[in-house]
Ligand binder design. Structure first.
Ligand SMILES: C[S@@+](CC[C@H](N)C(=O)[O-])C[C@H]1O[C@@H](n2cnc3c(N)ncnc32)[C@H](O)[C@@H]1O
Ligand code: SF4
Length: 385
């Protein structure tokens, strides 16, 4: 019998709120985001968000939240009073844990010191800044709306407003980027002593989508590998520990609680255009849903659900592993059991095969991904597909 009794269920729950617009659409971006044609749409969107929130809360058995994440798009285009309204509604509908993390993503071209102060007064306690690079040339190559000077001013504004908890997003693998260019970007970011850095490799679904840039101008193969190695060393030397493929934090408490919950197969409510949700019921049945993605449809919607699906029971252990293996930390058998309802025996065969190949180690009732496993993460994931 691999299934545990249902009264042990205790799965943390996060709330994601999607804001679908930006001042302009970056050509490399694959997120559900659109250039904002008319600012008056934002107030109408917030009204719909509040309805969506109320409807979704009704169907949600667990009322406790560990984190709230305003993601986008560019949620820093919301007015602070709108953020207040949304957070007040959330407080009425849910029980927020006292140490709740409330993140808002901001584009450096949309914020200044007074706005950061107002977001903080509104209740946001973590800002995530989309810096990408501190080089004007690189920012122009990828068509960002802001300059390097504005990127610097944005980090100063976030710190000046008193945000102790903040994240800087940087990308590597940018056109013609050398190891030195990438390290320069990281060093400028690290001078601000950020508690958290997300260092993403630029991925292009359609390479021709960077206007004026050819595929051959993007670092690949050994060049990209060298950038990655040098960047990881630089981050480590500044005390930023990697805890996921692209995420680095000063200490355990600086890790992004919201994303950690996704990777640990926690539950999440999704509100807003194209938002995804995952709810586990008391018998460990997992339901996934997606909200209507296009903002114009979402603005006129009465029911916000685009799709709902019950995850097949046999897929749940595999889904857990695909998420948890992204985390560079041991996965306890206990967490597996708490979040899936299955005992670890259900994936014993796969674990043993992966251990035989040196991809993981099984000890202290936990799964440890080895260095070899981290370098060949896709091979490791294959075992659970
Ligand atoms: C949804 S954006 C939020 C921030 C805000 N919209 C901005 O761009 O300033 C989150 C982050 O994803 C990263 N990102 C977006 N598109 C990417 C891509 N094609 N490859 C790698 N990283 C990407 C960027 O670092 C970006 O800051
Ligand atoms: S500002 Fe951010 S979300 Fe918007 S298009 Fe650019 S990368 Fe995507």
């Amino acid at each position: 019998m691999n299934f545990v009794s249902k009264n042990t269920l205790s799965i943390p729950q996060a709330l994601y709120i999607h804001f679908p617009w930006c001042l302009s659409k970056c050509p490399y971006c694959d997120f559900n985001s659109y250039a904002l044609a008319n600012k008056s749409l934002i107030a109408a969107y917030v009204n719909q968000l509040l309805i969506d929130l109320g409807n979704t809360a009704k169907d949600c058995p667990n009322k406790e939240l560990i984190s709230i994440y305003f993601g986008g798009g560019t949620p820093s285009l919301l007015l602070p009073r709108m953020v207040v309204t949304i957070l007040e509604r959330i407080n009425k509908l849910f029980d927020c844990t006292p140490e709740i993390e409330i993140t808002l993503e901001a584009n450096p071209g949309t914020i200044d010191l007074p706005l950061c102060q107002k977001f903080r007064e509104a209740g946001v306690n973590r800002l995530s800044l989309g810096i990408q690079s501190f080089s004007d040339k690189k920012l122009q190559d990828i068509n960002r709306i802001h300059s390097a000077k504005e990127a610097l001013a944005a980090v100063k504004a976030v710190k000046g407003a008193g945000f102790a908890n903040f994240n800087l997003d940087l990308m590597y693998g940018l056109p013609e980027q050398t190891v030195n260019d990438a390290i320069d970007d990281l060093k400028i970011a690290l001078d601000f002593a950020p508690p958290h850095v997300s260092w993403y490799q630029l991925t292009l679904e359609k390479p021709h989508f960077l206007p004026g840039i050819t595929l051959s101008q993007l670092p690949q193969g050994e060049k990209l590998w060298d950038i990655q190695q040098a960047g990881q060393e630089c981050l480590a030397a500044h005390g930023l520990k990697q805890y996921e493929v692209s995420a680095y934090a000063q200490s355990l408490v600086d890790r992004c609680k919201h994303n950690m919950n996704y990777w640990a197969y926690g539950d999440y409510i999704g509100v807003g255009a194209g938002a995804h949700g995952k709810v586990t019921s008391s018998d460990y049945a997992v339901k996934r849903y997606e909200k209507i993605a296009h903002p114009s449809k979402y603005l006129n919607a009465e029911s916000f659900f685009e799709s709902e699906e019950l995850v097949a029971k046999e897929k749940i252990p595999l889904e857990f592993m695909l998420n948890a293996l992204r985390l560079y930390q041991p996965i306890s058998f206990d967490l597996f059991q708490k979040h899936t309802g299955f005992t670890i025996d259900i994936i014993k065969k796969q674990l043993q095969s992966a251990e035989n190949l040196g991809l993981i180690e099984l000890r202290e009732e936990s799964i440890y991904t080895t260095e070899h496993g981290k370098n060949f993460l896709n091979d490791l994931l294959e075992f659970f597909l």
